[in-house]
Design a protein around this ligand. Sequence first.
Ligand SMILES: Cc1cc2nc3c(=O)[nH]c(=O)nc-3n(C[C@H](O)[C@H](O)[C@H](O)COP(=O)(O)O)c2cc1C
Length: 206
Amino acid sequence: MRTEYARDGLDEAAAGDDPLALFERWLLDAVNAEMHEPNAMALATASPDGRPSVRIVLLKGLDDRGLVFFTGYESRKGLELTANPRAAATMLWHPLQRQVRVEGSVSILDAEESDAYFGSRPRGSQIGAVASPQSKVIASRAVLEARIKEVEQVFDGHDVHRPPVWGGYRVALESVEFWQGRENRLHDRLRYVRRGHGWVRDRLAP
Ligand SMILES: Cc1cc2nc3c(=O)[nH]c(=O)nc-3n(C[C@H](O)[C@H](O)[C@H](O)COP(=O)(O)O)c2cc1C
């Protein structure tokens, strides 16, 4: 299993000074390439004693303030973020031979922003968010399905409200690295680190 990467390059002139603009361009390229779940990202958190954990979540918002995703606040990641509000995220766009890595501190989204996103979700997902105690041990699938039925009855004929244990987080863009695969493993890596109101850009060895 040895793939050569020769599709594209990433030089400083094309990358520019603003990592957000480049991130948005690459995300759009991934969407336009019609790959499956172009907004999927691996999200790493860590317990206060430094034990890392990682899982996939979907990127639901991107602007100068950071990356937004939605989840259970009492899930494993949620509890880790409460105790240690820092995260790293990686997106892989394999057909484009590209990876982006972000690191930064994490904050909870305003209730209004979480409400707005929750309101836009399909009803089945809303019911699921209310019914599922994310990351907790459950006795069986049947227990979960019974819980879904119960919640469906509670909200029968009504809008489903966002439960307080479910909502969004934002990972600040403190460091953003772009990786473009190149021939002979001599890949391009450009890393932007926030300094004051601007960014310092460095090229890293592959
Ligand atoms: C493609 C994909 C997208 C996912 N998106 C989300 C998401 O946006 N939010 C979420 O809470 N879990 C999402 N999951 C499930 C998580 O990977 C994970 O199982 C869950 O969040 C519990 O993680 P935790 O126990 O580490 O907190 C997704 C899984 C996959 C494979």
